[in-house]
Write a protein that binds this ligand. Sequence first.
Ligand SMILES: [Ca+2]
Length: 115
Amino acid sequence: MSWSGISYSFHFLGNHCTKMVSQLEIAMDSLIKVFHTYSSKEGDKYKLSKAEMKSLLQGELSDFLAASKDPLVVEKIMSDLDENRDGEVDFQEFVVLVAALTVACNDFFVECMKN
Ligand SMILES: [Ca+2]
């Protein structure tokens, strides 16, 4: 990398540290932090095992879990999300769940606003 490239990188990082973070950036940061808080507990630090997934759902989405009367809900979510069938949920697989739940919440919000 040239000197101008390095100074540009530092300039970018410097700006990034001092500027105000947006609501969306805070939300993205939270998603990453929540995932890693649970994924780092056992085995592969960057993937959720079934136990870690259950712990995340209980800790962060307890209302969603309580609303489901299905005793196999964790197993079903796990197998739905585990696209590459390695028995664990990586970050890319996890965000699919968050996106689906966010879409459902938005639909509910829009319906409420109409009434
Ligand atoms: Ca997987």
